[in-house]
Design a protein around this ligand. Structure first.
Ligand code: CDP
Length: 229
């Protein structure tokens, strides 16, 4: 079997990250959560007063600050999870909160931010044997990836999943607030000029509204076996 690149793209909260992480663990590949990188840049911007919910994002200052923003990951633990580091600090929990979620898509439209993160992501893929999830992995980051999956589920189902996930982590959120954030990010992500979210022509569509996690894994493993032959 040859080592390949696996690109998993799709809408917010479609379950891509869990799917990509579990797949990587099953087949012994490296997993990279590209959304976590956009979230870490956003957290840096919030902490430095460069982005806030009232005044939005100060693009010029953020672009100037990019060389000071170091993003990396801890090695995967036994369960496959890895933590995101911002200039060496573990920010895994903080990057998932609603404040970051509400500012990440406006940060992710900035071309300079995308170029910088794309270059880091491509470097991770140099030796193949990688599963990366995001919005533009099969279109922009790895247009030649051997396996591309585009995941979708209805906005309502995605909001239900995200509320459950955040509530389990102790965050107090309402279904309406999460649904609104998901719809808003879908809109920004699909209509931005630079690398908008779209299905690559050669990506396989996975509509997982009515699929269990084991069914989804079987589906992915079959596709992986086919593509790595
Ligand atoms: O986990 P969730 O689906 O909510 O989102 P994420 O994967 O953590 O990504 C957060 C945001 O980062 C997305 O809504 C996009 O605006 C942006 N993003 C992007 O533009 N390109 C990527 N490759 C990954 C994320």
């Amino acid at each position: 079997m040859k080592k390949i690149i696996i690109a998993i793209d799709g809408y917010s909260s479609s379950g891509k990250s869990t799917m990509a992480r579990d797949l990587a663990r099953r087949i012994g590949y490296v997993y990279v959560d590209s959304g976590a990188m956009y979230r870490a840049v956003t957290l840096y911007a919030i902490r430095h007063g460069i982005a806030d919910t009232d005044s939005g994002v100060d693009t010029e200052t953020l672009v100037r600050s990019l060389p000071e923003i170091g993003i990396s990951f801890t090695p995967a633990g036994a369960d496959g999870t890895q933590h995101t580091l911002l200039n060496g600090e573990d920010v895994e929990k903080e990057i998932r909160d609603m404040k970051v979620s509400s500012l990440v898509s406006p940060v992710a439209v900035i071309p300079e931010v995308r170029h910088r993160l794309t270059a880091i992501q491509q470097e991770y893929g140099r030796d193949k044997g990688i599963v990366m999830d995001g919005r533009d992995i099969g279109t922009t980051v790895f247009p030649d990836a051997e396996m591309k999956v585009f995941v979708n589920a209805s906005a309502e189902e995605r909001a239900r999943r995200r509320v459950k996930e955040l509530t389990e982590k102790g965050e107090k959120v309402t279904y309406e607030e999460v649904l609104e954030n998901i719809k808003e990010r879908d809109h920004i992500d699909t209509t931005r000029k630079e690398s908008p979210l779209r299905k690559a022509d050669d990506a396989v569509l996975l509509d997982n509204d009515n699929m269990t996690i084991p069914q989804q894994m079987d589906w992915l493993l079959r596709l992986y076996e086919d593509r790595s032959r």
